[in-house]
Ligand binder design. Structure first.
Ligand SMILES: [Zn+2]
Ligand SMILES: [Zn+2]
Length: 209
């Protein structure tokens, strides 16, 4: 599986375009903004699904236009439904480049679910804390975790936004550090990529777990 990480919008959300090279099928994760940029990176591939790690507007802002163009199903965990189209303040969606309204998911992400992409697959880990419906997507084959806003390089996701829960966040973090090997590459929701091993060594927040 080829993983293209595109920083999109003013909040630099990492939108991932995942491509199964043997079949040319593609998934898009967290298409928050910069529709044209996402479109360009999908050229020549068949979009078979649109996924959101969670329902924050900066991660779902271009779901509607992608769905209208490609008619691919939208996947998100049901516990984040209350966040869709819920802007933090008036005008925010314009500022961050979102095209609302966002459609409701066609398919719900659930713990343990497998999403097929040609000859590749992703496993869903339900990792609440940043939001109740936050999920990570894991490719066992490629040792890549798409973590959304659960974890950042040297930091962790916010738990103080609506629906955030510090206890759940701790449990979700503990879980991924127990389950995943050190070599696993982590694509965070914003900014730089990291690895499980690097975070185990250097992330100060993990000492609180
Ligand atoms: Zn978020
Ligand atoms: Zn975010």
């Amino acid at each position: 599986m080829l993983v293209k990480v595109l920083p999109v919008g003013v909040l630099s959300v990492n939108c991932s375009v995942l491509i199964d090279e043997s079949t040319g099928k593609a998934l898009v994760v967290d298409p928050g903004a910069d529709y044209e940029k996402i479109l360009k990176n999908l050229e020549g591939f068949e979009l078979v699904g649109i996924l959101a790690t969670h329902g924050h507007i900066d991660h779902i802002g271009q779901v509607r236009r992608l769905k209208e163009n490609f008619h691919a199903p939208f996947y998100m965990h049901h516990a984040d439904l209350f966040l869709l189209n819920n802007t933090l303040w008036p005008g925010f969606e314009k500022q961050i480049g979102a095209s609302l309204p966002c459609p409701e998911p066609d398919m719900e992400l659930e713990e343990g679910m497998e999403i097929k992409l040609g000859n590749s697959k992703l496993r869903v880990l339900h990792t609440p804390g940043h939001t109740p419906g936050s999920c990570c997507l894991y490719s066992e084959q490629d040792k890549v975790l798409i973590a959304g806003d659960l974890l950042f390089k040297g930091s962790v996701g916010r738990w103080d936004l609506p629906g955030g829960d510090p206890t759940a966040l701790k449990m979700s973090l503990r879980r991924i550090f127990e389950e995943l090997e050190e070599e696993v590459l982590v694509v965070c929701g914003h900014y730089e990529e990291t690895t499980i091993g690097w975070e185990k060594k250097f992330n100060p927040y993990l000492r609180m777990l």
